[in-house]
Design a protein around this ligand. Structure first.
Ligand SMILES: CC(C)(COP(=O)(O)OP(=O)(O)OC[C@H]1O[C@@H](n2cnc3c(N)ncnc32)[C@H](O)[C@@H]1OP(=O)(O)O)[C@@H](O)C(=O)NCCC(=O)NCCS
Length: 219
């Protein structure tokens, strides 16, 4: 699959919000990614398909007259784009498979989110996003990566464990929707030689398995 990673842009917000909505239905409304992109302390990335673009919706070729013509003109006038800016328009956008992000504070970064469209899961994309977050953290000289995950979310915990994250705490009843416990995990000494050597080994295995050739986070 031709899957690449780059920093998130405003034009990705509509797709990212949909992925968020699918992945975390109980956390409605989803995070405000427009605000996240303006946050100096936040970094968000997307995994995208360079080739596939989302197509323009088909336009009606027949000129409309009378009442239906008026309705169609009014719809154009009050379209989402006019009110909310271009990030709500999907057409002509690169297809997004998933996204992830963290907040940086004093040499430490807290992973706020990582999610992949359900139909694209188990194809190495979550791993690609996590590798890219660790690379970005290394570049920014972040020494400690932390996160919180639901106790029942075994898929995510396995992903984090695979990359060396260990459980460092438990917040009882942390999630307000169902009083589920929150597991605190962290990866220490991110920039150290042993952690970087493990990362290289995991990258190599991931590259061989999924045919990913480049791990650079494009700007
Ligand atoms: C967690 C998530 C991002 C993983 O994405 P993904 O693209 O499916 O993950 P990958 O295919 O890259 O899998 C990488 C590793 O994650 C673990 N993993 C992923 N899905 C798993 C599952 N269903 N069961 C067990 N382990 C799983 C495995 O360790 C896997 O490595 P392996 O293939 O060598 O076993 C995805 O399940 C998701 O979007 N979940 C909903 C959102 C969410 O819960 N995010 C975490 C918030 S803290």
């Amino acid at each position: 699959m031709p899957c690449y990673v780059r920093l998130m842009r405003r034009e990705d917000i509509a797709q990212v919000t949909e992925i968020d909505r699918e992945a975390f239905p109980t956390l409605w409304p989803p995070a405000n990614y427009r605000r996240e992109l303006e946050n100096r302390l936040a970094r968000y990335i997307v995994a995208y398909d360079e080739g596939e673009m989302i197509e323009e919706p088909e336009m009606k070729a027949v000129p409309q007259k009378g009442f239906s013509g008026l309705v169609s003109k009014l719809m154009q006038l009050f379209s989402h784009d006019r009110f909310f800016g271009d990030e709500l328009s999907l057409s002509g956008r690169q297809y997004i498979f998933g996204f992830a992000g963290f907040w940086i504070m004093a040499g430490e970064a807290h992973i706020t989110n990582i999610a992949v469209w359900e139909k694209h899961r188990r194809q190495g994309i979550g791993e690609l996003l996590l590798i890219s977050l660790i690379d970005l953290a290394t570049e920014l000289d972040v020494r400690l990566l932390t996160l919180e995950v639901r106790a029942s979310n075994i898929a995510a915990q396995r992903l984090y464990s695979k990359y060396g994250f260990t459980q460092v705490g438990l917040r009882r009843g942390y999630y307000t929707d169902n009083r589920e416990d929150g597991v605190l995990m962290s990866l220490e000494n991110v920039t150290s030689a042993p952690v970087q050597a493990d990362l290289q080994r995991l990258k190599q295995a991931h590259s061989q398995r999924w045919g990913i050739v480049a791990y650079r986070v494009a700007r």
